[in-house]
Design a protein around this ligand. Structure first.
Ligand code: AMP
Length: 340
């Protein structure tokens, strides 16, 4: 069992080969529900978004363990939480799927048992913590450290966190996911940050707003990450400030659209050079379930029927309906006395 006590230890670990070898072994031993899927490239005509479509075997078998269902007005009760805890797969993960058993005392890295792609893995909390809690500074630091360890000229991983009842999560125990992009995949967020300097955004400065791709149909907010940090403390506080700034954009969208705060939902994504948030109104559209992946341009489906529905509606429509419509002429970052 691998134990990692500090960020420095994590930095000196051969993480990429550890993830690879754990994945290969678990696959050979039949502990993963996975067969490589055929990727189909597709450019969404409405937005120009580069997308990949894949039929994922595991999606038909993935368990759903959450206290309420999307679209329901039911409040999360303590009874429901106890039921979720009783069925929780992350409390005692399968040892064969475990990459790091103890990470900074409170976390584990485990393989996704129903992966979308090879080496799809999760960072889970050791204790039961609800998925709808905020990301902690140390969690943001771990996300970025892991991404910067794994990413090189061949492999490009991104991390994502689905939070809130309409964010598309299937498990309620706190988890952050890491997934490899298809080779040569176009990352639209890179085009936004490449032409920008790093800055810490502020509500009141016109020049320090989040970046937006105005060709897209859904509200989203992107920030460039700095290349280096002076210290671990500075890394945690910078990432936390940036994340909280993005989280406040979500609060403002929910206030503006008068959506009940019990429905507060968003997808948070990170790569080694940016972070992004997408406020979420609906977990699905016409039976097409979406979590963070669609907003990256990755569409996973359980079968050919759902795949043809995706092609019929198009990414732009599906993502607009699952998020909040982006009006490219509206300055949605305006700050007033009621803003967060
Ligand atoms: P989400 O759907 O965003 O909540 O992500 C939860 C992930 O956990 C899904 O992608 C599942 O495939 C994965 N998962 C479900 N059960 C297990 C398990 N027993 N071990 C590892 N991963 C699991």
């Amino acid at each position: 069992m691998v134990t990692v006590n500090t960020i420095q230890e994590l930095c000196s670990l051969e993480l990429a080969s550890l993830v690879k070898s754990t994945f290969q072994k678990a696959l050979q031993n039949g502990q993963l529900v996975f067969s490589p899927s055929k990727h189909e490239h597709y450019t969404d005509p409405q937005t120009g978004m580069e997308c990949e479509l894949m039929v994922v075997e595991g999606l038909r078998k993935r368990p759903i363990n959450r206290p309420t269902q999307p679209g329901s007005d039911e409040k999360i009760s303590s009874d429901k939480i106890e039921q979720v805890k009783a069925k929780n797969p992350f409390m005692k993960p399968e040892p064969e799927l475990t990459v790091i058993d103890t990470l900074l005392h409170d976390y584990r890295l485990i393989l996704n048992k129903f992966p979308n792609t090879e080496e799809h893995f999760l960072m889970v909390t050791k204790d039961f913590i609800q998925q709808d809690t905020l990301l902690q500074p140390v969690e943001l630091e771990l996300m970025l450290t892991i991404l910067r360890k794994l990413n090189n000229s061949d492999d490009k991983f991104f991390a994502f966190f689905n939070s809130g009842p309409e964010s598309g999560y299937s498990q309620f125990h706190k988890h952050i996911q890491f997934m490899k992009l298809p080779p040569g995949f176009h990352v639209y967020q890179n085009s936004l940050v490449e032409n920008s300097d790093f800055y810490i955004p502020t509500e009141t400065s016109e020049s320090k707003k989040p970046l937006v791709n105005k060709n897209l149909t859904f509200k989203h907010f992107v920030l460039k990450l700095p290349k280096t940090f002076a210290s671990e403390e500075e890394q945690q506080s910078t990432l936390a400030l940036m994340y909280m700034y993005l989280f406040k954009r979500v609060l403002n969208v929910f206030r503006e659209y008068e959506v009940d705060s019990s429905k507060l939902s968003y997808n948070f994504l990170m790569m080694d050079n940016w972070m992004m948030i997408i406020p979420r109104r609906n977990a699905f559209f016409d039976g097409i379930w979406q979590n963070s992946l669609g907003f990256m341009g990755l569409f996973t489906t359980k079968d050919e029927t759902v795949k043809s529905k995706i092609l019929h509606h198009g990414a732009g429509t599906i993502l607009r309906e699952c998020g909040f419509e982006l009006d490219p002429t509206d300055d949605s970052h305006k700050y007033d006395e009621y803003s967060y």
